[in-house]
Design a protein around this ligand. Structure first.
Ligand SMILES: [Zn+2]
Length: 243
């Protein structure tokens, strides 16, 4: 084993392509809390994460063509299986039904692997290069998504992101700041702290009244014009400064 310590539990799980064992090992390790000079905020959108590093604003895509194809296929298999069950309730025993279900489970596994691969790489990089990281509580992330897509499947990615961040930050001595659900990171101006309300608020498609686009933040008080995601990232970073 890679770790020296006491083996606590072993859990066997069955996946589409076989059995896996998860081992829990208790290790004796003290983590030094990082000094706290490098701060970043991660703004999560359906299709990407936006954040800031030493060289500027960065994005990581969370929605590849491959994932979308898999989501589509999963939706297709789910419907197929539901139809088969309606046609004949004992169909679930048939060879054909089980073959389709096996395909569905394989695609589920592929989705999980792609999501986890992406998230592990991203979260690893974040905790390596920062001392304080600010994220939004993504449990309630409002997902405007095409109905065609397997919504919950994609939404699960943000729950996984939060979990990985929680334990990786703890392991690396990084302070994780969870932003209050009501903090207006999208509506607030990071330059003058003016908050848009009512008909001035920016929706996903921008603001019709002020003719601003979906990707733009235009402050009606100080006149600052920024990219919407960059403004949100700045607001998250400022939240960490006062909380
Ligand atoms: Zn402003």
């Amino acid at each position: 084993m890679r770790w020296a310590g006491q083996l606590k539990t072993a859990t066997v799980v069955e996946e589409a392509d076989g059995y896996y064992v998860a081992l829990v090992v208790e290790v004796d390790e003290s983590v030094a809390v990082k000094a706290g000079h490098t701060v970043t905020g991660v703004d999560a959108n359906i299709a990407r994460f936006d954040y800031r590093d030493a060289t500027g604003y960065q994005s990581v895509s969370t929605m590849s063509a491959k994932l979308l194809r898999l989501y589509d296929r999963i939706t297709h298999y789910q419907r197929l299986l539901a139809r088969k069950r309606v046609a004949n309730p004992s169909n679930f025993r048939s060879q054909n039904y089980r073959a389709t279900r096996a395909k569905l489970q394989r695609d589920y596994q592929k989705v999980t692997r792609i999501q986890m691969d992406l998230l592990h790489k991203f979260t690893h990089q974040l905790v390596q290069t920062n001392d304080v990281i600010v994220i939004e509580d993504l449990d309630n992330l409002h997902m405007h998504m095409n109905k065609r897509l397997a919504k919950n499947l994609h939404r699960s990615l943000f729950g996984k992101f939060k979990k990985l961040m929680q334990y990786k930050c703890a392991w690396s001595g990084v302070k994780l700041v969870m932003v209050d659900r009501f903090y207006p990171s999208t509506q607030r101006c990071s330059q003058c702290s003016f908050v848009k309300t009512g008909a001035d608020r920016i929706a996903l498609e921008g603001n019709r009244r002020h003719h601003t686009g979906h990707d733009q933040y235009l402050c009606y008080q100080c006149g600052a014009s920024m990219r919407r995601d960059q403004n949100a990232v700045e607001n998250l970073i400022q939240y960490a400064m006062v909380n």
